[in-house]
Design a protein around this ligand. Sequence first.
Ligand code: SF4
Ligand code: SF4
Length: 178
Amino acid sequence: MIPEGFPETAARLCAACGMCCDGTMFQIVRMQPGEVPAELGRLGLKIRCREGEYFMEQPCSALVEKRCTVYEKRPVRCRLFNCQQLARVERGEIAETEAMTMIVETRAMVERARALIEQCGLREDGQDLVTRYERVMSTPVNETLEPELVKPREELDETMRKLKLRLNREFRVPPNSH
Ligand code: SF4
Ligand code: SF4
């Protein structure tokens, strides 16, 4: 049975999170059959096409202060997605407070990773988190000439490793589970 007030609970949790829209969890959102890419593009969404497949780039341009500004017209994949935290609350397996703690802790890891990326010399440029992390790690560093970059890179690598595990275990929906 869905707990009473679940939509309000979900709204509170998502308003504190935004990770499935801000380029933390996903790099793209695929368009689904029947969707009209041009219509979604007119909403200001970053619709792209590669080899005949349409997708939306993340971070999403419709996310403002962790809220979807095109909620009523959002793409199909956005409508279907419920992260594992929401699903567990909906099934009554965990309380809202537990999910909120998980979100707050995970967001802190994301903010730490972002700060480390900046420390490594890559300014915020609107790309998703994994792409920015990979750009940092693929840039060669001379440990003698740039010793100040060694520790932030190591910490970034470790933070991203832990973050990936946590997102897979606590937020992403395993394939074929729905
Ligand atoms: S990851 Fe879950 S809690 Fe966070 S915004 Fe997306 S659906 Fe909401
Ligand atoms: S359209 Fe809305 S729900 Fe979909 S990714 Fe963008 S902000 Fe999130």
